[in-house]
Design a protein around this ligand. Structure first.
Ligand code: NAP
Length: 247
């Protein structure tokens, strides 16, 4: 995979899809900034794993819901490397509940953690990438942004907002050669889906044409493609990685 840029910040990279994105991008030669919120040990273990494989990585702990912390983290990257070439807004949470039992707090906290945080990341990336007239951002949305899902009114709203926001950022970034794209993973085997009851998991698998959950690396390779020079004419796009579950 060909990359003109040199470094990437991946939010929520201590576990799951984010950790896989970090490993894949490091293997393609990028210096990876591994963000975590509370799992320092996992993030540090991942850094060592990347370095042992011959890659370059740094660990950066902050809560993406904290605007100042996110802005400061991007400054730290710039102070260290002189630029931020790529950003992956991957950190995300769920707080599932049927809508009739969902409080405004349950709703807004997921919007803040998933959507507002991605807005701050995109905004700061656009500012710093504008100086070099180069950059690419991938936002990790979800299949439920496209299909809806009972029990996930808050989560699906946050992920649907991400797709619309990505298109608008793409229009604002294009004149400066900064691309913004989104990925909508289907059901991927991580801690997030491990929480589901066995019978619920099986009912989802029955609905997936490829008859299995995806693995994090399959999402990571799609992220790498969209960030890379191979996708240099793709912006504002949403790429489904869902085993055919929603076409
Ligand atoms: P996961 O296994 O639960 O891991 C979540 C990651 O996000 C962890 O590294 C966690 O860090 C980090 N994180 C959460 N809140 C954070 C915050 N406020 N600040 C910084 N980091 C934070 O999740 P996943 O399954 O890999 O999901 C990754 C992304 O893909 C999410 O945006 C999710 O919505 C999306 N997605 C997942 C699936 C799926 O089936 N798994 C499907 C569609 C979309 P700590 O370990 O430090 O808490």
């Amino acid at each position: 995979m060909r990359f003109s840029g040199k470094n990437v910040l991946v939010t929520g990279a201590s576990r799951g899809i984010g950790a896989s994105i970090a490993k894949v991008l490091a293997a393609y030669g990028l210096k990876v900034w591994i963000n975590y919120r509370s799992s320092y040990e996992e993030a540090d273990r991942l850094k060592k794993e990347i370095e042992e494989a011959g890659g370059e990585a740094a660990v950066i702990g902050f809560d993406v819901s904290d605007e100042k912390a996110f802005v400061d983290a991007i400054k730290t990257v710039i102070d260290s490397d002189g630029e931020l070439s790529y950003l992956v807004n991957n950190a995300g949470i769920t707080k599932d509940k049927l809508a009739i039992r969902m409080s405004v707090e349950d709703f807004e906290s997921v919007i803040k953690a998933n959507l507002t945080s991605a807005f701050v990341g995109c905004r700061e990336a656009l500012k710093v990438m504008s100086k070099k007239r180069f950059g690419s951002v991938v936002n990790i949305s979800s299949i439920v942004a496209e299909s809806g899902n009972a029990g996930q009114v808050n989560y699906s709203a946050s992920k649907g907002g991400m797709i619309a926001m990505t298109k608008s950022f793409a229009l604002e970034g294009a004149a400066r050669n900064i691309r913004f794209n989104a990925i909508t993973p289907g059901f991927i085997a991580t801690d997030m889906t491990e929480k589901l009851k066995e019978e619920i998991k099986q009912s989802y698998i029955d609905k997936i044409p490829l008859k299995r959950f995806g693995n994090p690396q399959e999402v990571a390779e799609a992220v790498a493609f969209l960030l890379s020079d191979h996708a240099s004419y793709i912006t504002g796009e949403t790429l489904k990685v869902n085993g055919g579950m929603y076409i």
